[in-house]
Design a binder for this molecule. Structure first.
Ligand code: SF4
Length: 305
């Protein structure tokens, strides 16, 4: 079972995060530049629901009135602009267009701009610490369809970026790898279990127990277990767990090979998150080149550059 991704990942992205000046105030952000050379791993599909709804740039800001984006889709809330104009129908149509486009291209990863009544997932406003009425309209659709959702603001943090890439790789691999029988399911779990343990130890332990008690597996059971693995991989890690796993991976290597590497500092050494992310990448590359797998980032991208 090859644990390497060779094809580029297709990613839908809120257009204002891709450098396009399409926000209501004519501004935009380039979050993708943070990937640097790693950018080559992705093919981006930028889209702006509010532009596609014909609202123009610049435009009067819109907001959800009377509920969340999900309520809008269920006919229980409205989208209005600041002058009171009802743009609900136009916006739903545009969000449906975006979703159909994503699905027709078999895209199930989306990098969204948080704080928007259209693209936001956990907030629909950026004002103060308020959350607004999450999710936004497109955000609600993407959640329902089981997309791997990445908050574009997180791409500015080197550690979060590393975490996002390794989970994306694992997610795509786990979603697409052929699993026909119990043995193949075990092999997939074996490849991903250390990552899953890091992300959600309780869920991983429960899943591991269920798998070890499996009898005959039907196709639908296999897909059910695949979904449980994907659900764990959607969850982000945090700095302390990532640091602990870096040291654990390195300690295994050091013990097994009997050699020290100067690319990983002691856990107690102070260093920036940028340096820490570099250590992670260097160690996972070194292990890959020597034929080992880095337990907490088991699936790497090795496409043509
Ligand atoms: S958040 Fe979404 S709707 Fe708003 S400008 Fe960005 S892409 Fe367009």
């Amino acid at each position: 079972m090859e644990k390497v991704l060779k094809k580029k990942l297709k990613v839908g992205i809120s257009e204002c995060c891709f450098g396009a000046k399409v926000r209501y105030n004519g501004k935009g952000f380039d979050y993708v530049k943070n990937f640097g050379r790693e950018n080559e791993q992705f093919v981006f599909y930028p889209m702006c629901p509010e532009c596609l709804a014909g609202l123009g740039v610049p435009r009067t800001p819109i907001s959800i009135k009377g509920g969340s984006g999900q309520d809008v889709l269920e006919g229980k809330a409205k989208i209005k602009n600041k002058t009171g104009e009802d743009v609900t129908e136009k916006l739903i149509k545009a969000c449906n267009f975006c979703l159909e486009l994503l699905k027709s291209e078999d895209i199930y990863i989306y990098m969204y701009k948080e704080g928007s009544p259209s693209c936001g997932v956990y907030r629909t406003t950026l004002k103060d610490k308020r959350l607004g009425n999450p999710p936004g309209v497109l955000g609600a659709m993407l959640l329902k369809e089981g997309f791997f959702l990445v908050c574009a603001d997180d791409l500015e943090s080197p550690i979060k970026r590393w975490d996002i890439r390794r989970r994306l790789n694992a997610f795509v691999w786990a979603r697409e790898v052929e699993i026909e029988n119990k043995n193949q399911l075990y092999n997939v779990w074996h490849a991903l279990k250390f990552l899953c343990q890091e992300l959600d130890e309780k869920a991983a332990r429960s899943l591991g127990n269920k798998l070890s008690n499996l009898n005959d597996t039907q196709k639908e059971d296999i897909e059910k277990y695949r979904q449980l693995i994907l659900d764990i991989i959607r969850k982000p890690s945090n700095l302390s767990r990532i640091k602990a796993w870096l040291w654990k991976n390195y300690s295994y290597y050091r013990k097994y090979k009997g050699i020290e590497l100067d690319i990983v500092k002691e856990p107690t050494d102070l260093r920036s998150n940028t340096i820490l992310a570099e250590e992670l990448i260097k160690l996972e590359n070194k292990l890959y080149n020597e034929g080992y797998s880095f337990g907490s980032s088991p699936i790497l991208y090795r496409g043509k550059r």
